[in-house]
Design a protein around this ligand. Structure first.
Ligand SMILES: [Zn+2]
Length: 403
């Protein structure tokens, strides 16, 4: 028997005997442990059609040792039931993604907690360092140092999508001057978050383009900063409602509103260059790291987030995607990220339906199988985006506790 919580150090040896198996339907086993403890468990599963199934867990225990520690055992059975249902959600998600459940698709047993945290921590380094990658003639991704940036040059004109935050915003500008040349004539903010937008102030000659809701969101969340840099707020002439096409040199750039995904005012940016599609998504694609779910008034909608990823992957299966954080990826990676957000959203909804509160849900939903790294980003008071913060944010979004 594994402990209820990792910080309880007990391990209990017991003898289990399978007493009845109905293949694909039901299994019953008996446990004898310690003198005076006897329990019988039945798990059953029933196909309800339409991809739904009913899982049943029936427990019976008796004996003087059981009666003595009844409060403990009842808590243990409830814990096991909740973890089993959560495990079923993980199996469902893996099956939907890969079409099979075997050793090639199932995650290995979770490792020691310390090792797991170390792995999550070491994986977080790439967000802090900056990488420059040329994707095609005149197209660069500048990854890390706040949000990822996309830089496109045509003729003498340069576009910057997401100009980062201090000190990386200054480094980006210097790198453009040294390696790209030309004049930055347009800056696009994929959304209002400061790690993507504070660098606006370094391009006073450029048109600063954003969704119509962005100036109000900037004022609501980062008034201190934007009051000091009012000229860096996107101006009334450069706000996008549904879509906008601009020219940078000879290059056509189209800008689309993503509805409410990572925030209410998400834009994604599309350029077709040398017969290839390049798409900057902003943060509704956050790859390899725990994403940030903004629970503010201008914040996230997980359903819109998932829908947007699937729509882009279906419409542009061969495109090169520059996500808001993480490496340059393909449509398959967007779909994988959509599966993650869907699994998280369903797991939280399921735990709530099982009667768990926010803390209980945070302990019940284990995101280990997704192999994400912590994101060391100073997002509105959060130090690290993690398993715990992702679950709690989704819980608050589902229960309408935006703040
Ligand atoms: Zn963001």
């Amino acid at each position: 028997f594994e402990p209820l919580r990792w910080w309880y150090f007990y391990k209990l040896p017991g003898v289990g005997t399978l007493v009845e198996v109905e293949p694909n339907r039901k299994v019953t086993w008996e446990i004898t442990m310690l003198p005076g403890f006897y329990a019988r468990h039945t798990y059953s599963i029933e196909d309800l059609g339409n991809g739904r199934s009913r899982f049943g867990s029936w427990e019976q225990a008796m004996g003087p040792t059981f009666r003595l520690l009844k409060f403990f055992w009842v808590a243990h059975f409830v814990f096991v039931k909740n973890r089993s249902l959560q495990g079923a959600r993980l199996l469902e998600s893996i099956y939907k993604r890969t079409g099979k459940l075997d050793h090639t698709t199932l995650p290995p047993r979770r490792g020691l907690l310390l090792l797991r945290h170390l792995r999550e921590l070491f994986g977080s380094g790439d967000i802090l360092g900056v990488q420059h990658r040329q994707l095609a003639p005149g197209v660069w991704a500048v990854l890390g140092g706040g949000g990822n940036s996309l830089v496109i040059k045509s003729g003498d004109e340069v576009l910057v999508v997401d100009p980062k935050m201090w000190p990386y915003d200054r480094q980006l500008k210097n790198w453009i001057a040294r390696q790209v040349g030309g004049r930055v004539t347009a800056v696009i903010d994929t959304h209002y978050h400061f790690d993507h937008t504070r660098g606006n102030r370094l391009y006073p000659e450029a048109a600063i383009i954003a969704h119509r809701s962005v100036p109000a969101a900037m004022q609501a969340r980062d008034a201190d900063y934007w009051d000091r840099h009012p000229a860096a707020i996107p101006g009334a002439d450069n706000l996008v409602d549904e879509s906008l096409t601009i020219r940078v040199g000879d290059q056509e750039i189209t800008i689309h509103h993503a509805q409410q995904a990572h925030t209410t005012g998400d834009l994604w940016v599309h350029a077709r260059i040398a017969d290839r599609d390049f798409i900057a998504t902003g943060d509704f694609a956050t790859i390899d790291h725990y994403p940030f779910f903004d629970i503010g008034e201008h914040g996230a909608n997980p359903q819109g987030w998932i829908a947007m990823l699937r729509e882009l992957a279906a419409t542009y299966p061969d495109a090169t995607f520059i996500p808001g954080h993480g490496p340059v990826v393909t449509a398959a990676d967007l779909l994988n990220h959509a599966h993650y957000v869907e699994f998280l959203d369903k797991s939280v909804a399921g735990s709530r339906a099982d009667g768990l509160d926010e803390g209980g849900t945070a302990r019940n939903v284990d995101l280990w199988a997704w192999k994400l790294s912590l994101a060391p980003i100073f997002h509105y008071g959060l130090w690290f985006l993690s398993n715990n913060t992702n679950v709690r944010s989704i819980f608050r979004l589902q229960t309408g506790r935006r703040s």
